[in-house]
Design a protein around this ligand. Structure first.
Ligand code: CA
Length: 423
């Protein structure tokens, strides 16, 4: 077992019940305050531990991290040190925060310097994302979309159960939780029209996804097998793949998503390490027909992570409209990474790969408005009495996620973004 995951550990920092950030989590992020430049932090309860300060104070000696690594405005420098190094760093932070270990606990002036109330910190995009890939790995989502837009009797395309289908997206427009999004404009073909029109998207949707962030991979030409894939994954975030359904519908043939997707994607600020999620591995769905040998894998590779989506109209309460789980994914992350690199495509530290919309079997577990409102034919009721088929201007969309054993909760915080009118 990874020592920092010991369920018996407690911290001298107060961690409220139901906090996403107990000592068994210790996710990494980038924060700044009005007084301090951006730097690397770790979440604990309702506080942020400043790793730059810890380094300056001498608490991170004999670890392969420089002061520059921890003073960076991205996590890329620590990611580039590799899995052994980041695991040692998390283990060291775990020790320093542990109730039993007095080193930091009893040095009040050091605690004052290194431990900041989360409310005083502004979280930044955690990683400078090199390449971004989006998969399409939920069988329920792919089936729902196939039923709506193609043939209900043959909803899945013939390749779907053989290939973790994906496309290369755009990293420049991936933003951190709290960043507002503007409704995009574009070309659409209205129903019954024979020529396209230009204007604001009318069918603006979210997609509930999770994304993993990679360590540096192998040289171009080499492949990463499923047995080693998890050694190349640093951690995970919540991912909202904003989607303009009307723009997407008109443009996607034959090369797939383009302007209907690349105007914005939103991620949560704290990167939960794959190490912290290790105790929450579960078996994935049976894969039938059998996959080709390079996609075979051993052991449990799915993760039991509860997910939910809420909509909050301006000045109103939030209504949770979807409850799903990352464990439903047909293709797991090891298979996605093995497939991505099987042709010799090289990945780099800080690349981001999203899961695809995470839908379950139940209608309340569908991970997009497209499915929840079934193309707008079944509007959802919000707690304020309003209805939604898609997302309205000034709505906030909130996604949350956590793994739990009933006692410990390994949470992701949230990705919350407001949709502003077209600019
Ligand atoms: Ca997507």
């Amino acid at each position: 077992m990874i020592s920092a995951n010991d369920p018996k550990l407690t911290s001298w920092v107060n961690v409220p019940d139901h906090s996403d950030f107990p000592i068994q989590n210790l996710p990494f992020g980038i924060f700044k305050t009005p007084q301090m430049d951006a730097r690397v932090g770790v979440a604990i309860g309702e506080h942020v531990l400043d790793l730059k300060a810890l380094h300056v104070l001498g608490y991170l000696e004999n670890l392969p991290f420089t002061l520059d690594d921890l003073s960076s405005n991205t996590l890329n420098p620590i990611i580039h040190r590799g899995k052994v190094a980041t695991r040692e760093l998390r283990n060291r932070v775990s020790k320093l925060l542990s109730s039993d270990i007095p080193d930091l606990r009893d040095k009040e002036h050091h605690v004052k310097q290194a431990l900041l109330p989360m409310g005083d910190c502004e979280m930044l995009l955690p990683v400078e994302i090199g390449d971004y890939t989006d998969f399409y790995s939920s069988i329920e989502h792919a089936t729902n979309v196939g039923k709506m837009f193609r043939d209900p009797a043959n909803a899945l395309l013939p390749n779907w159960k053989h290939i973790p289908v994906g496309y290369h997206g755009r990293s420049s427009s991936i933003v951190v939780s709290g960043t507002p999004i503007h409704r995009p404009k574009g070309q659409m073909l209205p129903a019954d029209a024979d020529a396209p029109v230009f204007g604001p998207c009318k069918l603006l949707d979210f997609e509930l996804e999770m994304a993993f962030i990679t360590y540096p991979g192998k040289p171009m030409g080499d492949s990463i097998g499923t047995s080693e894939a998890e050694n190349y994954i640093f951690g995970m975030v919540l991912f909202n793949d904003w989607s303009a359904r009307d723009i997407q519908k008109w443009e996607y043939v034959p090369l797939g998503p383009f302007l209907g997707k690349n105007f914005a994607s939103s991620v949560s600020a704290w990167v939960v390490t794959l190490d912290a999620l290790e105790p929450y591995k579960v078996a994935g769905p049976a894969q039938d027909p059998p996959v080709l040998s390079y996609l075979e894998y051993d052991g449990n590779r799915n993760y039991d992570i509860n997910l939910e989506v809420g909509i909050q109209p301006e000045g109103n309460d939030e209504t949770v409209i979807c409850r799903s789980n990352f464990k439903y994914m047909y293709w797991n992350m090891s298979q996605q990474l093995a497939h991505h690199t099987v042709n010799g495509c090289n990945i780099r530290g800080g690349d981001m790969m999203a899961s695809g919309t995470i839908s379950g079997k139940d209608e309340t577990s569908y991970g997009s408005m497209l499915e929840l409102s079934w193309k707008g034919t079944k509007p959802l009721k919000l707690s304020n009495g309003e209805e939604r088929k898609f997302i309205n201007d000034n709505d906030e969309v909130i996604m949350r996620g956590h793994a739990t054993n009933g006692d410990i909760r390994i949470g992701f915080g949230e990705v919350r973004s407001k949709l502003l009118p077209t600019r």
